[in-house]
Design a protein around this ligand. Sequence first.
Ligand SMILES: Nc1ncnc2c1ncn2[C@@H]1O[C@H](COP(=O)(O)OP(=O)(O)OP(=O)(O)O)[C@@H](O)[C@H]1O
Length: 252
Amino acid sequence: MVAPPDNAPPDNDVLWARSLHYSHDRSPALVEISVSVRQGEILALTGPRGSGKTTLLRCLSGQLRPQQGEVWFNSVPVHTMGALVRERLRRDRFGWIGHEPQLLPELKAWENAALPLLLAGASHRSARKAACEWLDRLDIAGLARKRPGALTRAESQRVALARALVNEPAVIFADEPTAPLHRTDRALLLRTLTTAARSHDITVLMATHDEATAAVADRRIALLDGRLAGAAAAASPVADTPEDQAACSLSA
Ligand SMILES: Nc1ncnc2c1ncn2[C@@H]1O[C@H](COP(=O)(O)OP(=O)(O)OP(=O)(O)O)[C@@H](O)[C@H]1O
């Protein structure tokens, strides 16, 4: 990794962005957004549809380069990196889970979960071991040899979560991760994600317009029409339901 230059952000935030602007086809999606995220923090990005949540996650994760502004990860500038370096950063240090699991249908569950490691050049054997360990921690070890067509939506989303966790990333970006799920499955997935993040000191940025989902975060920031609309510490954690408690048997 490149040494931080002299004008690096002054603090130890894992992610730090200043004055981001991004327009899709000349239509502004982000306007003057500044945000900082602490190591291990779970931050909810809230706001109605079209408010810019996905665009912000994509800028912070290096998928999109902001047209103006700066993004720093661990005091290293992301906004000045070329596409290949950003791609490697995403593969090695970040995990992503979206509102659709987006599993490759021809691969088994463990192979889907192992993909980031295989793409990074890990041996088949070590990638399989790591993927199966994560499937086990997420209580879906029994699905390892199944293909996505044989999985429920909730099971597929757990495999997608295992894929996001398999390289033990510094940051997980979660874009409406519970959107396709029923209430019970939603609570299970959220609990699984937050337990995994807390036990492995992973920072989570989660876009959502669901109040119960936002409530598991340590802090939330709201977007409206691409601008920051407000920031607050989360009011209270979601109630521990029996489903929540049975979410997973994560061992740190
Ligand atoms: N690829 C694109 N091309 C053109 N416009 C886009 C594109 N992606 C997003 N937009 C527009 O940018 C704005 C912000 O969209 P974005 O998806 O970031 O918001 P969001 O809060 O994540 O919404 P949602 O909850 O619906 O995903 C919206 O007006 C949207 O229509």
